[in-house]
Design a binder for this molecule. Structure first.
Ligand code: ADP
Ligand code: MG
Ligand code: MG
Length: 871
């Protein structure tokens, strides 16, 4: 096989073989741009080296041949004593990867050729010794894994407070000796003087760095295949460090921050390699370069334009100027902020470089989500007190409160509050809803606070471990003894994790205002978002529905583009004042008592549903019958037991009966207990009451489209019983409605062919399906061991956040296929947390679902990703 490609032989589509850097160096060479000649050793050679532990047969000769050709062309040999050719050895995988070996510059220098380099440059001793010390420093650090600080400290010592430009040849010469000593003491050997040995060692080190622990971990987390390997680029050196007429720079063909047209970049005179980004001195802008060297600047502008037209996207580049001559050292399609991504995609479409289909694929749902969160004003003065994890983006300001009750209370008075807790639990839901943002001192990005906040589109900083939170004393202490008590104003930044004392001014997201229909439609970003969204809507096959339990959420969901409600939970409708009625139901000892309790609930339920049908104006509404275990609606066992005990003889009779009921209903494992369809089968009349309320409400609202959904079904027999009862009631009231089920128990997925006989639709409840498939409880495991699992790479992202394709996804696929085999017009949707997750939306498109359903705030993201999936 061919293991080595000259830069003239490759092209940009060979990233698998040549890595990103090598493929693009070849592409630029072919475009006729000034790239220093060189060659690329393929990823294939790397894979063989890693498998066999030695360089593949023939590789060394092939490299020698290419090196000889390079030497011939350049008219000097590698490390030639009187006139050396120098090269860089640069790693470059298909995906850029932190943790891998970087680059060694100036290979070929030694105690002899350093004099040749000085001569070659017209007696520039300073430049020659600077280059030599850089070689030893980079070689020691990256090839020999010596602690970089040893070299950095030695440099600082020699500098002794001086600027790097003030260092002289003699300083660098001394530094070379010190560096050689460091290598000798650290490795027990001398720095290798033989240029070919330097090159060989560097190439092997690049190969080996593919399996460096940090690189392995990074790949596991990013799900980059472990067997790709890296390419190695050998590139003849050009020098930005040989005087003030030389320098090195990085540039972007557009501003990657704002997306505005026009180049953007930094340049540093008399410098080499990473100096620009390392911040050794203040850099100058490209405009200043124009003042220094107009012809280099003009050529650079031409090249950038050429690159952008060629790649049809924003490119970033690395370049070097050697005594007034421009050299291109790297290019790739550049990273950009969310706002820039939208603006650039639309600009490129307007310029005719891409069409709108492609523009839609150039932006992501994650970027759109970022644009939807409010932000702190950039120029605000702030007092940061700590930093936690950036769990859910956005900027929130409010009075610190330490309990959900207080949050609700103050919010009701019109106060903005931030809910501060050690960690949140389901009881904090009302407080989280009432608060502007949530701050916790414990728990990671998959903690309850983080997951719920993201779902609600609420700002959240979690795991701010430096804070000592005392909910009892209603205050927390931050490092430096800062004490924040209830009522003190704080600001939290969910995009960075920062926590500030006092009020930091917030600016609303123009994109949310646009979706709400209140925005400034002249805003450039808003226009870009509008055009992308319209095109995505036209392209997508998946419908997008909302998870909404009340008219207000339903209305917002519609403004955000929902085409129906995919999940209307009914359990919230049993809280508050209505708990009383649920208690009556549980305590009923006769059929009569039970019927009375149900009869009291029915009109309330009917009113709930009526409101939602009205808000949805004829769009489908999927209503899930009651799902959680009944004891969730009853008082806490311990509290009630204490109350009864304290009252002794005088205890209230109802309390005694309640206590007995709570005890009777207690479950070791409630999520696997008496809930969902099981409730419907065990408690006579409960489901019937809900179905009747739905039917009556649908009848009362012209055009209402109800879909009745039975939760937690595992066997078709369960569903048949409930469905027959529901059908009878619907017929009696005289309304049409679909009756279907959630698929959220593995057995249901595996027997979907049977279940579809009784179901007119399936909605995949992937939260429960994930818990039951993995066999771990979402409420317990995230704090207990998810960080460990992420660290070990068991999964790269929590399966509650992004649907686990291999396991849970397989069940979904089976159920979709077998369900449709039974009933070809079976309607399929998903209503778990995953419905608003980009990766999961693509999966839903692939398996042929009809719709995804997600929280109102995630709807635009789902619309965009559904469009991208279809393109
Ligand atoms: P990275 O992937 O970390 O950017 P590079 O291989 O691009 O690593 O190299 C690091 C730095 O060295 C960059 O600034 C690059 O432009 C510079 N560099 C690499 N090869 C050469 C060369 N042959 N001549 C001059 N500078 C080079
Ligand atoms: Mg680079
Ligand atoms: Mg469920």
């Amino acid at each position: 096989p061919k293991y080595v490609y000259d830069f003239t032989e490759g092209n940009k589509d060979l990233k698998d073989l040549l890595g990103g850097k090598g493929a693009n160096l070849a592409e630029m060479t072919n475009l006729g741009l000034p790239v220093p000649p060189g060659f690329t050793i393929t990823t294939d050679a790397c894979r063989r080296f890693l498998a066999d532990g030695e360089l593949p047969a023939g590789l060394e000769e092939e490299v020698s041949r290419h090196l000889a050709a390079l030497e011939e062309r350049m008219g000097r040999r590698l490390g030639q004593a009187d006139d050396p050719l120098l090269v860089s050895v640069r790693s470059g995988a298909k995906f850029s990867m932190p943790g891998m070996m970087e680059t060694v510059l100036n290979i070929g220098l030694n105690d002899q050729s350093v004099h040749g380099l000085a001569k070659q440059s017209g007696g520039n001793e300073r430049f020659a010794w600077d280059s030599y010390r850089r070689l030893i420093q980079m070689f020691g650090k990256t090839v020999q894994n010596i602690d970089a600080a040893l070299f950095d400290d030695a440099l600082e010592e020699i500098k002794d407070g001086r600027d790097d430009l003030d260092l002289e040849a003699a300083d660098f010469q001394r530094l070379v000796e010190t560096y050689k000593d460091i290598i000798r003491t650290q490795t027990g050997r001398d720095f290798p003087a033989d240029p070919h040995q330097q090159m060989r060692m560097a190439v092997k080190a690049v190969f080996d760095s593919w399996n460096a622990p940090r690189a392995v971990l990074y790949r596991r987390q990013e799900r980059i295949p472990a067997d790709l390997g890296t390419a190695v680029n050998v590139c003849s050196m050009v020098f930005g460090n040989c005087g003030m007429d030389s320098g090195t720079g990085v540039a972007f063909t557009r501003d990657p921050g704002s997306g505005h047209q026009g180049v953007y970049g930094d340049y540093l005179q008399n410098a080499q390699g990473e100096d620009v980004v390392a911040g050794i001195r203040n850099t100058m802008s490209l405009q200043e370069l124009e003042g220094i060297d107009k012809s280099v600047y003009d050529e650079l502008m031409q090249i950038m334009e050429k690159l952008e037209n060629h790649y049809r996207d924003l490119c970033d580049i690395e370049f070097t100027v050697e005594r007034g001559k421009l050299w291109m050292l790297q290019t790739r399609v550049g990273k950009r902020t969310a706002g820039a991504a939208f603006r650039i995609a639309v600009q490129l479409a307007d310029q005719g470089l891409i069409d709108l289909d492609e523009a839609v694929t150039r932006v992501t749902g994650a970027q759109l989500a970022q644009l939807m969160f409010p932000r702190f004003a950039k120029d605000a003065e702030t007092t940061k007190i700590t930093t936690g994890m950036n769990a859910s983006p956005g900027a929130a300001v409010g009075k610190a409160v330490f309990s959900s009750e207080r949050a609700v209370e103050l919010a009701a008075q019109g106060e903005a509050v931030i809910l501060v807790r050690h960690e949140t639990n389901p009881d904090d839901l009302s407080g989280m809803i009432a608060a502007q943002g949530v701050l916790t001192s414990r728990g990671g990005k998959t903690s309850h606070a983080a997951v719920v906040a993201r779902g609600m589109g609420k700002t959240c900083v979690c795991g701010a471990e430096e804070l000592e939170v005392s909910t009892k004393e209603r205050r927390f202490t931050a490092p430096g003894g800062v004490v924040v008590s209830e009522g003190d104003v704080i600001s939290i930044d969910g995009s960075s994790g920062a926590v500030y004392l006092g009020e930091v001014p917030v600016v609303a997201s123009s994109v949310v205002e646009y979706f709400e229909g209140t925005g400034d439609t002249g805003d450039e970003l808003v226009q870009a978002v509008h055009r992308i969204m319209s095109h995505a809507d036209g392209a997508r096959r998946l419908e997008v529905r909302a998870n909404a339990d009340n008219a207000e959420d339903a209305a917002r969901a519609r403004r955000f583009g929902a085409q129906g409600i995919g999940l209307c939970r009914t359990e919230h409708m049993f809280l508050g004042d209505r708990r009383q009625l649920v208690e009556d139901l549980v305590l009923a000892t006769s059929g009569e008592e039970r019927e009375r309790a149900l009869a009291a609930l029915e009109p309330l339920q009917k009113a709930d549903f009526t409101e939602i049908f009205q808000a949805m104006e004829g769009l489908p509404v999927t209503i899930r019958l009651i799902d959680p275990p009944l004891h969730e609606f009853l008082p806490d066992y311990t509290e009630l037991a204490v109350k009864v005990a304290l009252a002794g003889e005088g205890a209230d009779d109802k309390d005694r009966r309640l206590l007995a009921a709570v005890k009777r209903l207690h479950e070791q494992n409630p999520m696997l207990g008496l809930r969902g369809v099981r409730l419907g089968l065990v408690i006579p009349g409960l489901f019937a009451m809900q179905v009747r309320a739905i039917a009556e409400a649908a009848k009362a609202v012209p055009g209402a489209r109800a879909e009745i959904m039975i939760p937690l079904v595992a066997a078709v027999q369960e569903l048949e019983t409930v469905k027959d009862e529901a059908r009878a009631i619907l017929a009696e009231v005289g309304v049409e409605a679909l009756v279907g089920t959630m698929i959220e128990v593995p057995r249901a997925a595996l027997t979907a062919g049977q279940i579809a006989e009784a179901a007119e639709f399936f909605s995949f409840g992937t939260n429960d399906l994930t818990q039951m498939t993995w066999g771990f409880s979402r409420d317990d495991v995230e704090a207990a061991f998810f960080s460990k699992y992420l660290e070990l790479g068991v999964f790269g992202v929590s399966p509650f956040e992004s649907l686990d394709r291999d396991g849970v996804g397989r069940l979904v696929r089976i159920a979709a296929e077998e369900g449709r085999a039974t009933r070809p017009d079976l309607k399929l949707g998903i209503c778990g947390e995953h419905g608003g997750d980009p990766e999961s939306v693509h999966f839903c498109h692939e398996v042929g679902l009809d719709y995804v359903s997600c929280s109102p705030f995630r709807i635009p993201v789902a619309r965009l990703e559904a469009g991208r999936a279809a393109l």
